[in-house]
Design a protein around this ligand. Structure first.
Ligand code: CA
Length: 488
């Protein structure tokens, strides 16, 4: 089977890493590499946790400056429409590793990842890559497919964190973002020189409750951060979901989040303003440390002379509400939550300073890494390699829509389960437990403030979106197998 990006795919569903796929993989990869005759690229995948694209200056941030991430954008490509298909930490990580949706990889919510299933790390390792994962893992089971792993247990700590390794655990003094980078640099400096590397450098920051180090905290102390246009979204015209959720800046940010109780006497809009400032000062200070530390990795690649043959990606496991719609956190299918930053640099392949508007999704990551390494993409991966997009070519049949599903209901924030479809111009969301719908025209209403689902003038559009939603569900084999298994 030849897919339309020109990628060869292995036939059949592959389950056992020691069964049929290894011999097939090795044979095919050897053939491909011999045919291409090129040196395989290193792959450095840097993923933050909850870093929204609108807190990166090359994405047009109005609230901060990220000079190191901007280096990547200037020297590489900025994807403006990259999305998580289930906007929450653990499921996104499982999707990145497997190239599959949550209902296929078995991780719709915070549950243990079955490490016996094929992953991109296993495929790359089997093909001769030196593989590593450093930092946040959050998949409960021990990592598989990695030559070296040093991970935070669960969410991990910001200060003096404990790390888990194959040989046990150790506490490392210092700040987690610096340490994750230090360990990543150790991995790179001590790697075998006869192999390309695949390193997943996963930052904990800027995850809640946003604890910055002293240096960056000082940078934002007392700084007034501009408010988003939708901070006072009252949810009028929407379904019950926003009103019921407990991820509101005003009502749900706790003294633990704001690092102290608000000044006595503050209420209403004054309290909202105060909480928003405290939230963003700490969040952005955490981001600033990530930015500095990305710079350290970029500097090392330059100094070591490997930058030219390294595919480097910066992303986040999902987006985040930065007061947008009056919210913090993610989960909802609104743009600020589902949109992932995705900056990619690959000298000689990607044109510097380019911007890609085609829609990518996180199941695309694993197929992309495999194709970049000259490997075939297994037929059971549900994403599609981004390689043609890297080269500035959008295939004529590139996706015009994609499927989203969030399961964790009520979860920590009383957020309703939902699924939906996003096209290049519209979004349809179905809160299926309540049989309530929302529809947005993303061109006329990019802030998603006007639910058009019940507008008679939109009936035909709604009907088309529903047909596309059910087509995608069928294509992706989402038969609602998890629908009745969620905590509720
Ligand atoms: Ca996250």
């Amino acid at each position: 089977m030849i897919n339309d990006g020109g990628t060869r795919r292995i036939q059949g569903t592959l389950h056992s890493p020691f069964g049929m796929f290894l011999p097939a993989l090795l044979l095919m990869s050897a053939g491909l590499l011999a045919a291409e005759g090129e040196k395989r690229p290193n792959i450095l995948f840097i993923m933050a946790d909850d870093h929204a694209a609108h807190a990166i200056s090359s994405y047009g941030s109005t609230i901060n400056q990220t000079p190191q991430l901007d280096r990547l954008a200037l020297q590489g490509m900025r994807f403006d429409r990259m999305f998580a298909v289930n906007s929450i930490c653990t499921p996104s990580r499982a999707t990145v590793l497997t190239g599959k949706y949550s209902h296929i990889n078995g991780v719709p919510v915070f549950i243990r990842f079955d490490g016996s299933q094929p992953t991109v790390a296993k495929y790359l390792q089997a093909a001769g890559y030196y593989t590593g994962i450093i930092g946040k893992w959050h998949l409960e089971s021990d990592p598989t497919g990695f030559d070296k792993w040093t991970i935070l247990p669960g969410q991990g700590d910001y200060f003096n964190p404990t790390f888990l390794e194959a040989g046990g655990k150790r506490v490392i003094k210092g700040y987690v973002t610096d340490i994750t980078t230090d360990l990543s640099l150790d991995f790179l400096k001590n790697r075998p020189q006869d192999k390309p590397f695949f390193l997943m450098c996963h930052h904990k920051a800027p995850h809640r409750n946003w604890q910055p180090d002293a240096k960056h905290k000082a940078m934002f102390a007392g700084k007034v951060i501009p408010e988003p246009a939708t901070l006072r979204d009252d949810g009028v015209g929407r379904t019950d979901a926003i009103r019921e959720c407990k991820q509101k800046v005003l009502e749900n940010l706790s003294p633990n989040d704001t690092k102290g109780a608000p000044p006595a006497g503050l209420s209403g809009d004054e309290l909202l303003k105060w909480k928003y400032q405290r939230y963003m000062q700490d969040y952005l200070a955490c981001v600033q440390s990530v930015d500095d530390n990305v710079g350290r990795l970029l500097d090392y690649l330059d100094e070591a002379g490997v930058a030219a043959n390294t595919l480097i990606i910066y992303t986040s496991d999902q987006g985040f509400f930065l007061g947008d719609h009056g919210l913090y956190d993610k989960r909802f299918m609104y743009e600020e939550s589902i949109r992932m930053p995705f900056l990619v640099r690959w000298p000689g392949v990607i044109k510097p300073g380019s911007v890609q508007a085609a829609m990518g999704i996180n199941p695309d990551f694993a197929p992309t890494f495999l194709e970049a390494a000259g490997l075939p993409v297994p037929a059971d991966m549900q994403g599609r390699s981004l390689m043609p997009l890297f080269k500035g070519k959008v295939p004529a049949d590139w996706r015009g829509s994609w499927y989203y599903r969030y399961y964790h209901d009520p979860g920590d924030h009383n957020t309703r389960a939902h699924y939906g479809v996003r096209t290049t111009t519209h979004k349809l969301i179905y809160f299926w437990k309540k049989d309530q719908w929302e529809m947005y025209d993303l061109v006329a209403d990019p802030g998603e403030m006007h639910n058009l689902y019940s507008d008679p003038a939109q009936a035909e559009t709604v009907s088309k979106l529903k047909a596309e939603l059910y087509r995608l569900k069928k294509e992706l084999k989402d038969d609602d197998q998890f629908a009745d298994k969620q905590p509720n």
